[in-house]
Design a protein around this ligand. Structure first.
Ligand code: SAM
Length: 248
C-alpha cells in the first residue's frame, strides 16, 4: 500500500527544503497541494514533475476517499501546503485523521514551521508552549479568546496577518497585560527577517510608530502568565489560618 507523506516546505527561504523532502516529492505518484499554481513554482524550482491535485479547506473532506483509494492501489501521495508544515494552521489534519482511522500509513517529512522557528529564537521559555495559531478576526471574539488565554502559564504562540498585527498587539496589551514580555518575529528566514523583543506595550507602540512595518508575515510570542497559586497551596494556607484562629 502507498504512504501519505506530510512534506514541510520552506516558509521563505527555498534552501530550507531538505534533500529528503525533494527525494520524497520526486518519488510519489501524486502531490496534493493547497494551491496548484503556487506549488508548481516551488516544484519547478526543484525539478519535481509529479502530478499535482488541489487539496484545500473547501475540498479536503471530499478528497479523503480519493486519496484513500490511491493509497490502497499502492500509489503514494505527498501533501504540501503553501508554506511550512502541512496540517499546522493549514489543511491536512482532517485528511490525516481519516486516513489514520482507515489504517493507512502516514509519515512526516519534517522541515520549516514558523511557530517552532520563532519559538526557538525567541528567548522565551520553550519548555512549555501553547500554540494558538490565528486569533479570531473580530474584536469581540478576539478579546474573549485572549481573556481565556490570560491565565495560561505556557508561552503563547500566535500567527497573525499583516493587516491585523496592530489591532492584535493592542488587544494583547489590553487583555494579557502591558508588562508581559513578548517577541514579534517577522519575515523569518527571508531577507528582512526581524525578531523584536520587549513588553507588549513597547511592541504595540513599535508597530504604531512604524518601527515594525505592517507588512510581511508575523509570529507573535508572549510569555506565559505567572503561575497561579495551586489550590492545594491555597487550602494549606487556609487551614493554617484557621488553626491560628482556633488556637488563639
Ligand atoms: N503551516 C505553516 C507553518 O508550519 O508555519 C503556517 C501556515 S499559516 C496559513 C501562515 C502564517 O504562518 C502566516 O500568516 C504567519 O503568521 C506565519 N508565517 C508563515 N511564514 C512565516 C515567516 N516566514 N515569518 C513569520 N511568520 C510566518
Amino acid at each position: 500500500p502507498g504512504v501519505l507523506y506530510l512534506v514541510a516546505t520552506p516558509i521563505g527561504n527555498l534552501a530550507d527544503l531538505s534533500p529528503r523532502a525533494v527525494a520524497v516529492l520526486k518519488g510519489v505518484q501524486v502531490i496534493a497541494c493547497e494551491d496548484t499554481r503556487h506549488a508548481r513554482k516551488l516544484l519547478d524550482h526543484f525539478g519535481v514533475r509529479q502530478r499535482v491535485v488541489a487539496l484545500h479547506e473547501h475540498n479536503e473532506a471530499s478528497r479523503v476517499a480519493t486519496v484513500a483509494e490511491w493509497l490502497s492501489e499502492g500509489q503514494s501521495v505527498a501533501l504540501i501546503s503553501d508554506a511550512g508544515t502541512p496540517a499546522i494552521s493549514d489543511p491536512g489534519s482532517l485528511l490525516v485523521r481519516r486516513l489514520v482511522d482507515l489504517g493507512h500509513r502516514v509519515s512526516p517529512i519534517p522541515g520549516a514551521c514558523a511557530a517552532i522557528a520563532a519559538l526557538s529564537a525567541s528567548g522565551l521559555d520553550s519548555t512549555h508552549f501553547w500554540f494558538e495559531g490565528f486569533l479570531p478576526a473580530k474584536t469581540q471574539s478576539r478579546a474573549a479568546r485572549l481573556q481565556v488565554l490570560a491565565t495560561q502559564p505556557a508561552t503563547l504562540i500566535f500567527y497573525e496577518a499583516p493587516h491585523r498585527i496592530r489591532a492584535m498587539l493592542e488587544a494583547a496589551q489590553t487583555h494579557l497585560g502591558e508588562a508581559r514580555r513578548a517577541v514579534v518575529g517577522r519575515e523569518l528566514t527571508k531577507r528582512f527577517e526581524t525578531l523584536v523583543s520587549g513588553d507588549l506595550e513597547y511592541l504595540a507602540a513599535a508597530v504604531q510608530s512604524g518601527q515594525i512595518p505592517e507588512r510581511g508575515e508575523f509570529v507573535v510570542l508572549v510569555e506565559g502568565a505567572e503561575p497561579q497559586e495551586t489550590s492545594a497551596e491555597a487550602s494549606g494556607v487556609a487551614v493554617e489560618q484557621l488553626l491560628t484562629v482556633l488556637l488563639a
